[in-house]
Design a protein around this ligand. Structure first.
Ligand SMILES: *Cc1c(COP(=O)(O)O)cnc(C)c1O
Length: 390
């Protein structure tokens, strides 16, 4: 009796060998009162921006019979204006690229500059999508390490140059402020790497740049002198537009031009372009809560330290904290109290997003309710990574 093969059998037979047994990106999307697990902006899009977005989408609806502007010309110019305004670095439209979230922009970079037969590298723990995108596009991924010698999650120039010299990757990912640890990277490390590795494309993922503490320069300040540098940004975090799916990058015009070889034609839909442009035009209103979120971030750092769960210094809208006996057990206990945080796979640590004051209060109250069994006992507080999933 030979019936039709099951779906599982078909997939085992037909799926790419390197994808068998892999797990998909999977931050839980649970319906709980306090969601502090994916670093979204907790503040809803304000009414004036809702009105502008609605009008803009309405205007483009009648023209949806035509393909959108493949070059998203107006959006690129407006993104350049925004970056120039935010950083004081003069950036023009020819240096800009965008995609459906910065994840797509990262995918374009990997497709053009890494991929089969090539090597991409990052420094763990960092953003889990860097290895996932690199591998699914056929690149060999190298897990560089952060840590020694200065502190648990620090990345020093000496360590980066040594690891990159040894592995000679085609693309290196740096994340600043780093997800999931939260701290911005010393710009001297980026500058030294650009000088030392002229045959490597250096991608600095600045998804959280708008939340950095004062005096934290952007890698965009290095762009003019370094054609091998790419800086990626997103409207998903500070701009409160995660659902709009708009990420972007700045790089040398020639690097941007190479991305046209790999993108799908018309990859940015007309509504996506309209939504992003309306949001950018109202950026003052959308970004209004950034300072309030930073205040909650600083409150989390202070209060977690005070109750004995050591936080990592943060330039982002989240805080990684340690001192837990078993991160998974505490994650579940917080969820039982209606608070969803993120277990990023770093032993004894969890990551919490800075949201509204009420959300911070609910999280801290849930933490205060934990009994002593949640606390690490002396000698077991090694932050060794167990497959980071930030
Ligand atoms: C959230 C995040 C992104 C954003 O991804 P989008 O696709 O733009 O939503 C990119 N990089 C890092 C490090 C992030 O944490």
């Amino acid at each position: 009796m030979t019936g039709a093969p099951s779906g599982a059998e078909v997939v085992t037979r037909l799926l790419r060998a390197d994808l068998r047994g892999q797990t998909a990106y999977g931050a839980p999307q649970l319906d709980v009162p306090v969601r502090l697990n994916t670093n979204e902006n907790s503040y809803a899009v304000p009414p004036d921006v809702v009105a502008a977005i609605t009008a803009a989408v309405g205007e483009c609806a009648g023209g949806l019979n035509r393909y959108p502007d493949r070059e998203f010309t107006s959006l690129r110019a407006e993104l350049a204006t925004w970056l120039t305004e935010q950083t004081g670095v003069s950036i023009d439209a020819a240096q800009m690229w965008a995609g459906n979230g910065s994840n797509e922009v990262l995918q374009h970079l990997v497709q053009a500059f890494a991929g089969p037969g090539r090597v991409a590298m990052g420094f763990t723990p960092a953003y889990s999508m860097h290895p996932i995108i690199s591998r699914t596009m056929g690149s060999t991924w190298i897990d560089g390490l952060r840590g020694a010698p200065t502190g648990v999650f620090d990345l020093t120039t000496g360590s980066v140059l040594e690891q990159v010299r040894r592995r000679r990757p085609d693309v290196v990912f740096l994340c600043s402020p780093n997800n999931p640890t939260g701290t911005a990277l010393d710009l001297g490390v980026v500058a030294a790497l650009l000088e030392d590795a002229p045959d490597t494309l250096v991608v600095v993922d600045e998804a959280y740049a708008e939340f950095a503490r004062p005096g934290t320069p952007s890698a965009l300040t290095l762009l003019a002198q370094h054609p091998t540098l790419v800086v990626t940004r997103t409207m998903s975090k500070a701009f409160a537009l995660a659902g709009g799916r708009l990420g972007y990058l700045a790089a040398a015009p020639e690097v941007v031009d190479a991305l046209r070889l790999v993108r799908m034609p018309y990859h940015l839909s007309a509504p996506t372009q309209a939504i992003a442009r309306a949001a950018l035009a109202h950026r003052g209103s959308l970004l209004a809560e950034v300072e309030a979120i930073k205040a909650q971030r600083d409150r989390l750092v202070q209060e977690l330290a005070a109750i004995g769960f050591p936080p990592v210094p943060s330039d982002a809208n989240f805080v990684l904290f340690g001192g837990l006996a078993d991160a998974g057990v505490t994650w579940q206990a917080l969820l039982d109290h209606g608070v969803l945080v993120r277990d990023v796979g770093i032993a004894h640590h969890l990551r919490v997003t800075a949201g509204t004051p009420e959300e911070t209060t609910a999280f801290l109250a849930a933490m205060a309710r934990l009994d002593d069994s949640h606390r690490v006992v002396a000698g077991m507080n090694s932050p060794r990574s167990q497959g980071v999933s930030a």
